[in-house]
Write a protein that binds this ligand. Structure first.
Ligand code: AMP
Length: 515
């Protein structure tokens, strides 16, 4: 089934329901949204010669036209290649070439980024979504909507390029069937979705945040792109008052910023229905504070591009118990396997390990990607016997709650012993003077690696290395505590709000082996 059928159904059932909003301004109802998508599909097919299965790029910041383009692409039976709008023109050009993208939608600064590299790179045909050409393209001159091009469950819908922290990015092939499974699991495991809801795109639509569109199109809810185009804590709190029933995805660092802003304004998150957090470790101390300030509005998901949004979920109900040891242990977990997947912990050979033991997290089920685009070797490494090897480490408890320890590549090996940075970070964050922290390993001739902590102190707070060391000694084993502290005004973050350990590691590598 083509996911664009969900838009067609909503246009039939709720034609006048507000669909696309920029801030508080309604830009299209469901009838208009569907007509624009159908028109774009027709233009793609008839004017631009796009055939089912062709790849079409979307390279722009968040805007309501993003959704029009996506649905136009799917309606035509083509596959979307959403590209992070912060990429360099050369990086975007590489992705377009790798995906053999036929055409790409772009706007303002991304068009400029491509123009700068146009002489040296071969680019697909570009359509400026702010142009008269696009306006004509999305206008259905006459006649009925027609039907989206038929697609099978295994047909490509979304080609998602991983951030590629090592080497070139890989194209994760997500099918229409993957999107449907992922979206239905949302209802079963994450949250309700209703017509009166408003899904807010406060993080880039090219990434995880964009995936929430499907289920909210299905139920004919409102899709809101903040006027700022991204995350601004005050803007989101204001939208809560103005629109009500907001749902949005937020990386943990964004939740932190929202908590601080709500506290400063003396607010409790009025008008926010659900904050779905995930994408990076949520530290218990931060989560407890967020719940204390904003109440029971939180749901956690754990997923990755290769099994989007859908590995585990920690439902709202499990956020209520912040007092008992079991409740707190669950709060520190990423929840239980979602209804459409099986989750297993495996040792280095891929064999399952008993509950309580740490190993690599494996996942199997209907949302798992088809594979990597034109990369059978990487696919064969990632999916073995139908199990996706996530590269994340964790352990399951007897009730099926999964606790993530770290990415396997983030583990620090010092004196032959594994140290999980997350544990050290959790300990340091319980110190009131510590606002943010990131723990990485640095090469050491004697120990193999040393633990280094990059610390951002809370505004106005001051704390010495000796005090931090004493704090660690009181909370974690002696051998895990950092050998060195570095102070930072801020930590490097991706535009999704993930702390970029790779940047800190690269800094260390550039400095050479510590002596
Ligand atoms: P991406 O493919 O860019 O979405 O990144 C996926 C990775 O983010 C996962 O493999 C995990 O390492 C991390 N991640 C995702 N969700 C969570 C979560 N809830 N808690 C901790 N880490 C997470």
């Amino acid at each position: 089934m083509n996911v664009a059928r969900w838009l067609l159904a909503s246009a039939h059932l709720h034609p006048e329901a507000p669909a696309l909003l920029c801030g508080t301004t309604v830009e299209a109802d469901y009838a208009t949204f569907a007509r624009r998508a159908a028109a774009i599909a027709r233009a793609l097919t008839t004017t631009y010669g796009v055939a089912p299965g062709d790849r079409i790029g979307v390279f722009m910041t968040n805007r309501t036209r993003y959704l029009e383009c996506l649905y136009g692409i799917w309606w035509a039976g083509a596959a979307a290649v959403p590209v992070n709008a912060k990429l360099h023109g050369r990086e975007a050009a590489w992705i377009f070439a790798n995906a053999e993208t036929r055409l790409a939608f772009a706007a303002d600064h991304t068009l400029e980024a491509l123009a700068e590299v146009a002489e040296s790179e071969s680019l697909p045909q570009l359509v400026d979504v702010d142009s008269a050409e696009f306006e004509a393209m999305r206008t259905l001159v006459n006649g009925p909507l027609g039907e989206p091009c038929p697609r099978e469950a295994d047909d490509l819908a979304w080609l998602f390029y991983t951030s590629g922290t090592t080497g070139r990015p890989k194209g994760v092939m997500l099918s229409h069937g993957n999107m449907v499974a992922m979206s239905l699991a949302y209802l079963a495991d994450v949250d309700t979705a209703r017509p009166e809801d408003a899904i807010v795109y406060a993080a880039p639509m090219s990434h995880g945040a964009g995936l929430y569109n499907f289920i909210h199109v299905r139920v004919a809810a409102r899709h809101v792109v903040p006027a700022s185009g991204g995350f601004d804590a005050d803007e989101v709190l204001d939208l809560g008052h103005a629109l009500g029933n907001l749902t949005f995805f937020a990386a943990p660092t964004i939740v932190r910023r929202l908590t601080d802003a709500a506290k400063k304004r003396g607010e409790t998150g009025t008008g926010i229905k659900t904050i779905i957090y995930g994408g990076a470790p949520m530290y218990l101390a931060d989560l407890e504070e967020a719940i204390a300030v904003m109440g029971q509005r939180f749901v956690q998901i754990y997923g990755q591009g290769e099994s989007p949004m859908t590995i585990t979920a920690l439902a709202r109900a499990f956020h209520a118990d912040t007092a008992t040891p079991t409740g707190r242990a669950r709060l520190a977990s990423v929840g239980t396997a979602q209804s459409v997947v099986e989750v297993r912990i495996a040792d280095a050979s891929g064999a399952p390990v008993p509950a309580g033991e740490t190993g690599e997290i494996l996942v199997k089920g209907s949302p798992v990607m088809l594979g990597y685009w034109r990369n059978p070797k990487a696919t064969a490494d990632a999916i073995r016997d139908g199990w996706l090897f996530t590269g994340d480490l964790g352990r399951l408890d007897g009730d099926g709650f999964l606790t993530l320890t770290d990415r396997s590549k983030d583990v620090i090996i010092s004196g032959g012993t594994n140290i999980y940075p997350r544990e050290v970070e959790e300990a340091l964050l319980t110190h009131p003077a510590v606002s943010e922290v990131c723990v990485v390993g640095e090469p050491d001739p004697e120990w193999g690696e040393n633990v280094v902590a990059y610390v951002v102190t809370a505004p106005g707070a001051d704390v010495s290395d000796t005090e931090l060391d004493a704090h660690c000694l009181a909370h974690i084993a002696r051998f895990k505590r950092p050998k060195r502290y570095e102070r930072r005004e801020e930590l490097p973050k991706s535009n999704y709000g993930k702390i970029l350990k790779t940047v800190l590691r690269a800094e260390i590598a550039a400095r050479g082996t510590a002596s």
